[in-house]
Design a protein around this ligand. Structure first.
Ligand code: KE4
Length: 427
């Protein structure tokens, strides 16, 4: 038995499924999860000492690569001053000012400890601000695991949403309407049917949780226009695409100003930190100013803020995103050429430092199209690459992430390994 297998068996005795987050269990790709012991730059090493090129980067946070020396130094500098105070600190003002500077639609921001907390709080704020209950989300988008967001489409447009998870009461799910991502006509129909009841629309402006799917500009424009027309709060969930697709996130790429934005991942630099923020008049409804309650023992934690703040400073290096986008595009173009040479149906897309790999001829533009992908082939490719020392997301329905530590040699090595993997698929 390998050390990873032994650790996985042992883990399952005290941790449900042996993991602290389901996707880590390799359930959709099969096989044994790799227990990671250390990481550096674009690499991490498992419990058996095997090195992998890491393309999940902790699902987005490690945009500078693992253990960036300046981020490490920033954390070490504050550690001896105290781990948590439960009282305000100057560093929290600094990171709030930095976020408001980098994301101009955010006039005020509140730090929390996870993306789930950010979206859950933003939705409660939108409901409190509008005094309405109904929310709209889109199939294929994931916003963390708050009850109102674990909902799938009901049978028809006007029916109530149905829970996607046990434990979510129907009374809560019924307030969530789930529509098709990028379907402008259906969105307009929904607003015509019950616009005055809608508190908020929440969307991943670049979707990364059904694999990478770009919103069409028309779709985001329609969201903005309908929300203006009916007084609903437009929430951009940029927990994943924020500071990932561009310095100003997807809202900078598309030129759309949401009312609230949720952030996470990169703003913690790998430590537990997330945030939600936006229009001052909406944020004024938050406790202690207003009637919408929200709180957190470790919100704005000094260690997490030190890692996040330094990360936010370093990604402002001139050319950082041009270089990151170029490197990511080099990866997806190289993989596409390798698949074509092996005559394997494959396509890929990238935006900024995130990418999608699809075992289908065309880049998908919707949740329904994503479902057409050859998952079996993805799983075989995933394991062939894992054996070759390249670690992609262990699911055909997740995006991948490149860091500034993924240099030409690392990307070229990945493409070389893929040539072998595609050849084994074509055989
Ligand atoms: P967390 O609660 O996991 O910090 O963030 C939830 C969340 C919210 N919004 C978006 C757009 C997200 O992508 C996420 C979390 N992303 C997943 C990746 N598919 C995290 C990985 C995991 O669940 O282990």
């Amino acid at each position: 038995m390998s050390k990873n297998q032994a650790l996985f068996e042992r883990a399952q005795r005290t941790i449900p499924g042996g993991v602290n987050s389901p996707v880590r269990a390799f359930r959709s790709v099969g096989g044994t999860p790799r227990f990671i012991e250390r990481a550096q730059g674009a690499y991490f090493w498992d419990a058996e000492g095997k090195r992998y090129i890491d393309y999940i980067g902790s699902w987005g946070p490690m945009i500078l690569g693992h253990v960036h020396p300046e981020v490490l130094d920033a954390v070490q500098r504050v550690l001896a001053n105290g781990f948590s105070f439960g009282a305000p600190t100057e560093a929290e003002i600094e990171i709030a000012e930095e976020i408001c500077k980098l994301v101009p639609s955010i006039e005020q921001v509140r730090m929390v400890s996870s993306g789930t907390e950010a979206t859950m709080s933003a939705l409660r704020l939108a409901r409190g601000f509008t005094d309405r209950s109904r929310i709209i989300k889109f199939e294929g988008c994931y916003h963390g695991h708050a009850d109102s967001l674990l909902v799938k489409a009901g049978s028809g447009l006007l029916t109530f949403g149905n829970p996607t998870s046990a434990g979510v009461p129907a009374d809560i799910a019924k307030h969530t309407t789930v529509l098709e991502y990028n379907n402008v006509e259906q969105l307009n129909e929904a607003f015509k049917a019950f616009g005055p009841e809608i508190a908020s629309v929440i969307v991943e402006p670049v979707a990364g949780n059904m694999n990478l799917v770009r919103a069409t500009p028309e779709f985001l424009d329609a969201l903005r226009e309908r929300c203006n027309e009916y007084g609903a709060v437009l929430i951009f969930d940029e927990v994943m695409c924020g500071f990932r697709v561009a310095l100003g996130g997807a809202q900078q790429v598309y030129g759309i100003k949401p009312d609230l934005t949720c952030l996470g991942k990169v703003i913690g630099g790998g430590m537990p930190a997330a945030a939600f923020g936006g229009r001052r008049d909406i944020m004024a409804h938050l406790a202690p100013l207003g009637g919408v309650y929200q709180a957190g023992t470790l919100s704005g934690n000094p260690i997490a803020v030190a890692a996040g703040l330094k990360t936010l400073k370093l990604i402002q290096r001139p050319g950082f995103y041009d270089d990151l986008a170029k490197q990511t595009r080099k990866l997806v173009d190289g993989l596409t050429r390798a698949a074509r040479d092996a005559k394997v149906p494959f396509s890929a897309d990238s935006i900024g430092g995130m990418f999608g790999l699809y075992f289908m001829d065309q880049v998908p533009g919707s949740f329904a199209q994503i479902q057409q992908g050859d998952t079996k082939r993805f799983n075989a490719f995933f394991h062939a690459m894992l054996d070759a020392g390249v670690y992609f997301a262990p699911s055909a329905f997740e995006a991948g992430f490149v860091s500034s530590a993924h240099d030409d040699a690392i990307v070229d090595a990945t493409i070389d390994a893929a040539r072998g993997a595609f050849a084994s698929l074509a055989a």
